[in-house]
Design a protein around this ligand. Structure first.
Ligand code: ADP
Length: 191
């Protein structure tokens, strides 16, 4: 089984690379951002609460996201090649819960892939995406806040996996194929 986390600042290309990874390694994809946006689109109670955090560039509360994650991981069952977590864990508390959950099920995270992209490029990509995405968080004010939140709350998750020796930094600048090539080299070494 290959269980991986893909992580990086907003706009780093996690979603694009996740799709390629899913196709090549036949993994189940779990994007907490996508799950939350589905809830928002369905106008569920959870979606409405989530939207109030997301539109300001803040993270939604840990408890809320952990419930969503646990439900979705269980739904995958055991007969799978592995999972790619995209957008989770985003705080140290989430990482700790994830590690407990995995070890309870005798599973483990093999590696965290950390995509790094220059700040100017991130802002550029997110503003461009905002022109067509319809996302309430792809505007300059919210982008600035999301980048700050990332540095403060999510960057420590990378350190956590570095300390477990399950960490790979990937240069996220270049063409989609180039970046995917770099990621594949790391993942092939974990098979
Ligand atoms: P991006 O990586 O472009 O910021 P995502 O689609 O992963 O976008 O997430 C969008 C928003 O959803 C985040 O800014 C955050 O508010 C919320 N969110 C997603 N995943 C989590 C999480 N694991 N914990 C808390 N909030 C989350």
């Amino acid at each position: 089984m290959l269980n991986i986390i893909i992580c990086g600042a907003p706009g780093c290309g996690k979603g694009t690379q996740s799709d390629l990874i899913v196709e090549k390694y036949k993994l189940k994809h779990l994007s907490t951002g996508d799950l939350l946006r589905k809830e928002i689109a369905n106008k569920s109670e959870l979606g409405q609460v989530a939207e109030s955090f997301i539109s300001k560039g803040n993270l939604v509360p840990d408890e809320m996201i952990i419930n969503i994650l646990a439900k979705n991981i269980e739904a995958f069952g055991n007969d799978i090649n592995g999972i790619i977590l995209d957008g989770f864990p985003r705080t140290l508390a989430q990482a700790e819960v994830l590690e407990t959950m995995m070890s309870k099920n005798s599973k483990e995270i093999n590696v965290l892939v950390d995509l790094s992209v220059k700040k100017e490029e991130l802002i550029d990509r997110l503003l461009k995406r905002g022109q067509t995405s319809g996302r309430s968080d792809d505007n300059m004010e919210t982008i600035t806040k999301r980048l700050e939140v990332y540095e403060k709350q999510t960057a420590p998750v990378s350190k956590f996996y570095q300390n477990l020796d399950k960490y790979a930094a990937i240069n996220g600048m270049g063409s989609i194929d180039e970046i995917f090539g770099r990621i594949s080299t790391v993942l092939d070494s974990k098979l």
